[in-house]
Design a protein around this ligand. Structure first.
Ligand SMILES: Nc1ncnc2c1ncn2[C@@H]1O[C@H](COP(=O)(O)OP(=O)(O)OP(=O)(O)O)[C@@H](O)[C@H]1O
Length: 258
């Protein structure tokens, strides 16, 4: 009943966000670092994409540039029809608030607010009234019904991350960016969070992009893109943990140690 239009399958090939020849350079002179070096990648609407690559390969930088958290040096970054480089700070803030959902490794909840207040905070700030039915759907999806009046300190890490996922989903953003969302969780809570993220894609038509180091986490995605030294080097459709490990060149090493 509350299915997102993208859940109908008609628009799956349209990119919710796209980078074209995106470059990001930090610092200058001796401290100059080319974090992204001409990356072109689209994130299909209604799909779950994982970004993988070695430490320092540019995963977080790509996510930050695509989400309007960091200015790009050259090329283009687009969310929906909006070219991010054309926006000023206030417009970027508005775009992030209205079109982007975030899930971070460290949950990033406000400790003084209840779970429900945390979930609806972005809408409160935007002075938008939450859609009650949609909120109920999300709260049910992430299994938080009995915990809405709890504060973060009264919740387990897994439950806090469920609140963060619900917060990201609440405004039905164009795209959700998740940066190592299971990095602080035990494997069971991590599997739950990944299950909710993939359910939000399959059942609610959400678009999700997730940075991860973990091949098991990446296997929840529909597609994995690999970065290396700031460049897109590979991609994998319909990944399994084994095929991801294999593509990372670690499968044999892992095989020997287990
Ligand atoms: N604010 C910054 N100032 C200067 N250099 C930066 C900054 N942020 C990132 N870098 C550099 O850009 C490169 C890419 O960093 P990034 O954090 O995107 O990599 P990553 O793939 O996400 O790494 P990790 O897996 O370790 O989180 C690295 O060499 C990093 O040192």
């Amino acid at each position: 009943m509350h299915r997102h239009p993208a859940a109908t399958g008609r628009v799956h090939t349209v990119a919710a966000a796209e980078a074209t020849q995106l470059s990001k350079v930090y610092g200058e002179g001796e401290t100059r670092v080319v974090a992204l070096d001409g990356v072109s990648v689209g994130f299909a609407r209604g799909r779950f994409t994982a970004i993988m690559g070695p430490s320092g390969s540019g995963k977080s930088t790509l996510m930050h540039c695509m989400a309007g958290l960091d200015a790009i040096t050259a090329g283009s970054a687009r969310i929906g029809d909006t070219e991010l480089s054309t926006l000023g700070d206030r417009q970027l803030t508005k775009l992030r608030r209205e079109s982007v959902g975030f899930v971070f490794q460290a949950f990033n909840l406000l400790p003084t607010l209840t779970a429900l207040e945390n979930i609806t905070l972005p809408m409160t700030i935007a002075r938008r009234r939450p859609d009650r039915q949609w909120l109920d759907t999300i709260v049910d999806t992430v299994g938080l019904s009995g915990r809405l009046s709890h504060r973060p300190a009264q919740l387990s890490g897994g439950q806090q991350q469920r609140v963060a996922v619900a917060r990201a989903l609440a405004s039905r953003p164009e795209i959700i960016f998740a940066d190592e969302p299971t990095g602080n969780l035990d494997s069971r809570s991590g599997a739950e969070i990944l299950g909710f993220l993939s359910e939000s894609v399959r059942e609610l038509g959400q678009t999700v992009v997730m940075v991860t180091h973990d091949p098991v986490a990446a296997a929840y995605a529909d597609r994995v893109v690999f970065l290396s030294d700031g460049r897109l080097t590979d991609e994998l459709l319909g990944p399994t943990a084994e095929s991801v490990l294999d593509r990372m060149g670690l499968f044999k090493a892992k095989d020997r140690t287990t």
